[in-house]
Design a protein around this ligand. Structure first.
Ligand SMILES: Cc1ncc(COP(=O)(O)O)c(C=O)c1O
Length: 413
């Protein structure tokens, strides 16, 4: 019988729930029952099974969008959304320099150029003013990432987008349940994207959603995730170039069960984050993540800013001490800005041809700015950022131990 290998680099302590395994994830009788039903039915493909369509209806209802397609990952969701914008080769799409590459790589797969705006160093979220400064006549869309589950200033982004006739794709992979002026992120732009990967607010291992209110966009995305095939329509044809990004019924069963608990998980994260903030907010130099009058934060990560009089070395000491007590941290999160990754710096794509950066499709276009000197907000924001992983299994005792560890490090400085 095949066995699952045990993980080699387990943390020194297992006391802090970890979303990489059952200690920090909530799979129970509902997930098992739904999986059993799917297996007993014997239909694992979503075109023929009832579960993924049911999940799509349930998620659309949950977020108040007219249409939802379930896909195989958050990256697939973003690729599907970008394909729906239909950039011409060499067109530009503005994104954030601090985000997952799932929000950047699909831009290139569609033959478009990623152009980066800067972020607010206090939140690491993309800013409307720097988006506008990067718009050229080649720009066709803006992708906003609601980083760590903290909403971007969407009214300002939408005003700029409408003024310049641009589509807005929201990357809400980390933002399930976060609100902007009372509305859920992912439903404020033209298309919203979500991820169901292992470490997100809810999970089925891998998976994602695209949502929209526009019927033409919805039809395109439904076809795009299935090789351009209008499943169930009369006289179907592969209508355009596309991939297979379908979710299986097995994933759908787990995701549907998880969706039933999403509101509870979101509220719990918010409660735990509020407890941590209350316990450490008096420490000089720590800036805790907060709601604003317009926004609620769902804390995919607890994004702590460590600023003067605390130093870079203090940030590392905090991170190490938290890791020693079993918490998971990411000092300076991605550490690199998006354009500093090898694939983009060395243009490792499309057979070394230089496409889409080089060629007639870029005639007359200006080179995108890939120089960290032009991103003071992102550089400063990352330098001071300490991400602390959270999940729905955190309890008051876990939070109190994290808070005590933080206080001890600062007190014994
Ligand atoms: C902001 C953001 N965008 C996109 C993705 C890509 O999602 P996935 O890993 O499911 O492809 C992720 C997560 O991994 C993410 O955090």
């Amino acid at each position: 019988m095949a066995t699952i290998p045990s993980q080699s680099n387990q943390s020194k302590s297992i006391a802090v729930p970890n979303d990489a395994n059952a200690s920090g994830r909530s799979f129970g009788a509902t997930e098992l029952d739904m999986l059993r039903e799917v297996l007993e039915r014997g239909t694992l493909v979503s075109q023929a099974g009832p579960v993924v369509p049911q999940l799509e209806r349930a998620f659309a209802k949950w977020c108040g969008a007219a249409y939802c397609t379930a896909v195989s990952s958050g990256t697939a969701a973003l690729h599907t959304a970008i394909a729906a914008v239909d950039p011409k080769p060499g067109d530009e799409i503005i994104s954030s320099p601090i985000t997952d590459m799932g929000g950047v790589m699909p831009i290139l797969y569609q033959g478009a150029i990623p152009v980066f705006a800067d972020v607010d160093p206090r939140t690491c979220n993309i800013t409307p003013a720097t988006i506008e400064a990067r718009i050229t006549k080649r720009t066709c869309a803006i992708i906003v990432t609601h980083l760590f589950g903290n909403p971007v200033d969407m009214d300002a982004v939408m005003t700029i987008a409408r003024k310049h006739n641009l589509k807005v794709i929201e990357d809400a992979a980390q933002g399930f349940g976060a609100t902007y002026k009372g509305r859920l992120v992912g439903t404020l732009g033209d298309i919203g994207c979500f991820s169901l990967q292992q470490g997100k607010h809810i999970t089925c291992g891998e998976g994602g959603f695209v949502v929209t209110n526009d019927d033409k966009t919805a039809r395109f995305m439904k076809l795009y995730h299935d090789k351009g095939w209008p499943f169930g329509e009369e006289n179907p044809d592969h209508e355009f170039l596309a991939l297979n990004y379908r979710m299986t019924e097995l994933q759908g069963a787990v995701a549907l069960a998880q969706l039933g608990r999403l509101d509870e998980f979101v509220q719990h994260r918010r409660d735990m984050a509020a407890r941590l903030t209350a316990a450490i907010e008096d420490i000089e130099g720590l800036v805790c993540p907060r709601d604003t009058a317009d926004t609620t934060n769902v804390h995919w990560r607890y994004a702590l800013r460590v600023e003067s009089p605390l130093t870079n070395a203090d940030l590392d000491r905090l991170s190490n001490a938290l890791r020693d007590m079993g918490a998971r941290t990411a000092p300076r999160y991605t550490q690199k800005l998006a354009f500093e990754y090898g694939f983009l710096m060395n243009r490792r794509m499309f057979g070394g041809s230089g496409y889409p950066f080089v060629g007639p499709q870029r005639d007359g276009a200006t080179e995108p700015v890939y120089d960290r000197a032009a991103f003071p907000g992102a550089v400063e924001g990352l330098q001071r950022l300490l991400c602390i992983a959270m999940n729905e299994k955190f309890d008051a005792a876990t939070i109190d131990r994290i808070a005590a560890t933080i206080r001890e490090v600062i007190t014994n400085k």
